[in-house]
Design a protein around this ligand. Structure first.
Ligand code: DGJ
Length: 708
C-alpha cells in the first residue's frame, strides 16, 4: 500500500485517507470488500482550464493556501501575520482504526494534529483537530473547524430548527450551489439549532438513500455548514464558534475542536441513527450501574414552587403505587425559592418549607422502594438572592454594560475560581449530606455578552461546566445527572458524557412530543430521552389528550410522569399505572433495540418502532397526528423483520376510543388482526403489509411483532 494512503475499516463504513500533503479524506462510504491502494490512481483529478495550474486537495484543514477559495478550517493570526497556514504532514500514527496525522507549517509556526477514530462496531467516525502555537508570540485563533468531504451526488441538507417548547424540528434544503450554514450564539447547544446536520442524495428518506450525518459534541456556540464548491466538490464543516479574541495561544499552547461524530449510511436515515445509537450506547453515555432506566415522577408540573413535605410524601406514596421508581423534587426546595424571581444561587435548604430537613422526605421515598432525585440550576443567580447581593461581580458579563435578565436571572462566571469553588462546595454539601441518587441539572437562560475578566469567555464557560460536572461525578460516582436547559436547550454528546438523560422539551403535549422525540431520535437512543406523561390539560399548549395517546407517546423514551398524582382522578391513575407497567415490560427491548422510523405515504401518520438486534421482536407505534388524508390508510409495511421467519402480530395497546359501537369515530369494522392476533411471514409483512385501521386524530396504537 502506498505509505501515505491509509484505510480505516468497519463492517459498515470505510474511510480512506491520503496523508500527503496533509490529511485528505478520499473516501467515506460503505465498507469495501476489497481494496488495493493502487486503485487510488482512479481518483487523480483533472486540472481544468481557467483555474490554478495544480490540483487542489481538500484536506481536513481546507487550507486557503492550497487555493481552495472556501471556508478554511483554521483562521487566525499573529498580530496580522501567519494567517494563511498550509500544513505538511510530519508524523503519522496509525493503530487499528485510530489515526493521528500531525502537520506543521514552519513559516507560520503552527502545528495541526488531526485525530480520526473509526468505531468498528458502529462505523461512526470521530474526528478532532488541534492547533498548537510553535511560535514565541501569541497566536490569535479566530476559527478552528473540521472539514469533511462528501460524495458529489449529495445535494439535500437536513438540519434542525426549533425554539423553546418546539425543539428538534427537521427541515430540508436543496443544495446545488453555495452554502447552507447554521450558527448558534446562544451559549448552549440551543433549542434553535441542534448541532447536527445531514447531507444526502436527493430524496433520501428514513428507509432509503445515501446520507452523511454529523454531530458536533459541544454545549456552546457552534457553526455548521454544508458547501458545494464551484468545482462541484461537497463538504460538511463544523466548529465551536469563537467570539472575538476568545482564543489566544501562547507558545506551546493548543486548542482543540470539539469531537465531531460522523455517520454514513446507504440505508437512509435509519441506518445513520442506528449507527449513532450504537456508538452512544458504547462510548458516550456511562451509567453508574447497568440497570433498567427507572420510571420517574418529577414534581414540577404537579406542584411548581409549592413545597410542603407532608404533601410531597403523599405524592411519593401515590407515585410508588403507580409503579414509579425514582421520585424527583424539582425547583422550589431551597432558601427563599417561592417563585422564579428569587433565590437562585442560595443553595441552602429552605427551612421554612422543610423545618425537619430533607431527610424525612428522602427516607419516605427510599422506604417506598424508590430512588430520590433533586433539581438544581447552579450556573445561574437571581439578582434577588443573597449570593448576588454578596458577590455582584461574580457574573459572566462585561463591566459597564447592563445585562438583560432571562427568566429573571444572570449567569455566573464559572471560570472565576471563587464561583467554581462555591458551587462545588454547595453541590458537595447537597450530594454528600443527603442520600441523593439523581440530579436534574437545569440551565434556564441564554448567555449574552459572556465576559470573563473583560474578554469573551463563552468557550471557557462551557469547558468550566464540564469540569464542574466531572468533579462532582468524581466525588459522587453513584449519582446520575439529567441535562435540562428549559427543556431541550443543551442536548449534545459532550454533555452526555457526564450526564445520563435529557429533558427534551418543556412541552409535554403528546402531539408536539411525537414530533420533538422523532427529531431527537435521529441522534439519540430512547433510553436517554426523558418522556413523561403529563396531565390531561397540557400546561404549555392547553391542548387535552386522552391517557392512551399520552401514555403511548411517553412509552418510547425513558418514561416518567410529570404531575401531582394525588390530585388525579382514579381513571387517570389507572392509566398512569397501565402505561408504567407496559413500559416496564417493554423497556428491555425499547432500550436496547434498533430504532426504526418508517416512511409514511400520509404525512398525518407517524410510524415509529424498535426492533430487537436479533429481529425476533419488534414494537411499532402508529400515531395519527391529524385527520387522515384518505379514508383508507393503506398497509403498514414493516421491512426490518427476518424475511424467512414467521411472526405473530398483535395489538398491545388500543385506545378505548376505538370502539365501533361508539359514534363519532371513523370505522364501522376494524381490521380483524386488531381483535384476534394473526400470523404472517416477515417477507410478507415487509412487501405486502398489514392493513391499518382508520385512526382518530391525536390517537395511537401499539403493535407487537413476535417471531414464532
Ligand atoms: C425548566 C425545566 O425545563 C422544567 O422542567 C423545570 O425544572 C423548571 N425549569 C423549574 O424551574
Amino acid at each position: 500500500m502506498e505509505p501515505s494512503i491509509l484505510r480505516l475499516e468497519s463492517p459498515a463504513t470505510d474511510v480512506i485517507i491520503r496523508c500527503q500533503p496533509y490529511a485528505e479524506i478520499l473516501y467515506w462510504g460503505p465498507h469495501l470488500h476489497s481494496f488495493n491502494a493502487e486503485d487510488i490512481q482512479t481518483l487523480n483529478r483533472a486540472v481544468p482550464h481557467g483555474r490554478l495550474d495544480v490540483d487542489v486537495p481538500l484536506t481536513l484543514a481546507a487550507e486557503l493556501g492550497h487555493g481552495l477559495f472556501g471556508s478554511p478550517s483554521v483562521e487566525g493570526h499573529r498580530d496580522g501575520k501567519d494567517w494563511s497556514p498550509v500544513f505538511v504532514t510530519t508524523q503519522i500514527e496509525h493503530k487499528n482504526n485510530q489515526l493521528t496525522i500531525i502537520g506543521e507549517d514552519d513559516i507560520a509556526g503552527l502545528r495541526l494534529t488531526s485525530e480520526l477514530n473509526l468505531d468498528s462496531a458502529s462505523g461512526v467516525l470521530s474526528l478532532r483537530n488541534s492547533l498548537t502555537n510553535l511560535g514565541c508570540e501569541n497566536y490569535w485563533l479566530d476559527r478552528l473547524a473540521l472539514t469533511l468531504p462528501v460524495n458529489e451526488t449529495a445535494d439535500e441538507v437536513m438540519a434542525f430548527h426549533g425554539r423553546w417548547v418546539k425543539e428538534f424540528q427537521p427541515h430540508r434544503v436543496t443544495l446545488q450551489h453555495g452554502s447552507y450554514q447554521q450558527e448558534n450564539r446562544r451559549g448552549r447547544s440551543s433549542h434553535e439549532y441542534f448541532p447536527g446536520m445531514v447531507l444526502g442524495c436527493h430524496g433520501y428518506s428514513e428507509q432509503q438513500g445515501k446520507v452523511w450525518g454529523i454531530h458536533l459534541g459541544w454545549s456552546g456556540n457552534h457553526r455548521l455548514r454544508a458547501d458545494v464548491k464551484t468545482d462541484g466538490r461537497r463538504l460538511l464543516q463544523a466548529e465551536a464558534l469563537y467570539l472575538p479574541g476568545e482564543v489566544s495561544l501562547a507558545e506551546g499552547e493548543s486548542q482543540s475542536t470539539p469531537w465531531l461524530y460522523a455517520s454514513h449510511s446507504n440505508h437512509g436515515l435509519n441506518g445513520m441513527s442506528q449507527q449513532l445509537h450504537r456508538f452512544v450506547r458504547q462510548h458516550i453515555v456511562h451509567f453508574p450501574q447497568p440497570k433498567a432506566r427507572p420510571v420517574h415522577l418529577n414534581t414540577w408540573e404537579g406542584i411548581y414552587f409549592d413545597h410542603n413535605p407532608q404533601y410531597i410524601m403523599s405524592m411519593a406514596r401515590q407515585a410508588a403505587d403507580l409503579g414509579v421508581e425514582r421520585f424527583i423534587i424539582d425547583d422550589g426546595w431551597f432558601q427563599g425559592r417561592n417563585h422564579d424571581r428569587a433565590a437562585l444561587g442560595d443553595w441552602y435548604l429552605d427551612e421554612k418549607k422543610y423545618p425537619n430537613g430533607l431527610q424525612p422526605v428522602i427516607q419516605q421515598v427510599k422506604d417506598l422502594g424508590m430512588e430520590f432525585g433533586i433539581w438544581v440550576e447552579p450556573e445561574m443567580v437571581n439578582p434577588n438572592s443573597d449570593l448576588y447581593r454578596a458577590h455582584p461581580d461574580w457574573l459572566l458579563a462585561l463591566p459597564g454594560y447592563q445585562q438583560p435578565t432571562g427568566r429573571w436571572q444572570y449567569v455566573l462566571d464559572l471560570q472565576n475560581p471563587a464561583v467554581f469553588d462555591y458551587l462545588l462546595a454547595r453541590m458537595d454539601w447537597l450530594l454528600g449530606e443527603h442520600d441523593i441518587d439523581y440530579v436534574k441539572w437545569d440551565m434556564n437562560r441564554e448567555i449574552v455578552q459572556p465576559g470573563h475578566q473583560g474578554r469573551a469567555g463563552s468557550t471557557g464557560q462551557a469547558e468550566a461546566l464540564y469540569r464542574l460536572l466531572d468533579t462532582l461525578q468524581l466525588h459522587h460516582p453513584h449519582v446520575e445527572f439529567e441535562s435540562c436547559a428549559s427543556g431541550g436547550g443543551r442536548i449534545d454528546y459532550e454533555i452526555l458524557k457526564r450526564t445520563h438523560r435529557f429533558w427534551p422539551s418543556d412541552n409535554n403535549d403528546a402531539l408536539e412530543r411525537q414530533k420533538i422525540q422523532r427529531g431527537m431520535s435521529y441522534f439519540f437512543p430512547p433510553e436517554v430521552m426523558g418522556s413523561h406523561i403529563g396531565g390531561k390539560l397540557c400546561h404549555t399548549t392547553y391542548r387535552q389528550h386522552n391517557i392512551a395517546f399520552r401514555g403511548l407517546t411517553a412509552l418510547f423514551g425513558h418514561m416518567g410522569v410529570e404531575l401531582d398524582p394525588v390530585k388525579e382522578s382514579s381513571e387517570e391513575q389507572r392509566g398512569f399505572a397501565r402505561y408504567i407497567a407496559l413500559h416496564k415490560s417493554l423497556r428491555p427491548l425499547l432500550h436496547s433495540g434498533n430504532v426504526v422510523r418508517l416512511d409514511s405515504h400520509d404525512p398525518t401518520t407517524l410510524l415509529h418502532g424498535v426492533v430487537s438486534e436479533s429481529q425476533d421482536q419488534a414494537l411499532l407505534i402508529v400515531s395519527q397526528l391529524a385527520m387522515p388524508t384518505w379514508s383508507l390508510p393503506g398497509q403498514l409495511r414493516m421491512p426490518y423483520l427476518r424475511p424467512e421467519a414467521r411472526y405473530r402480530v398483535s395489538l398491545l395497546d388500543v385506545p378505548e376510543l376505538i370502539s365501533v359501537e361508539q359514534g363519532g369515530h371513523t370505522m364501522k369494522v376494524l381490521p380483524p388482526w386488531m381483535i384476534q392476533p394473526i400470523e404472517a411471514n416477515g417477507e410478507w409483512l415487509a412487501q405486502v403489509g398489514l392493513a391499518l385501521p382508520v385512526l382518530d386524530p391525536e390517537s395511537a396504537i401499539l403493535i407487537k411483532f413476535e417471531q414464532l
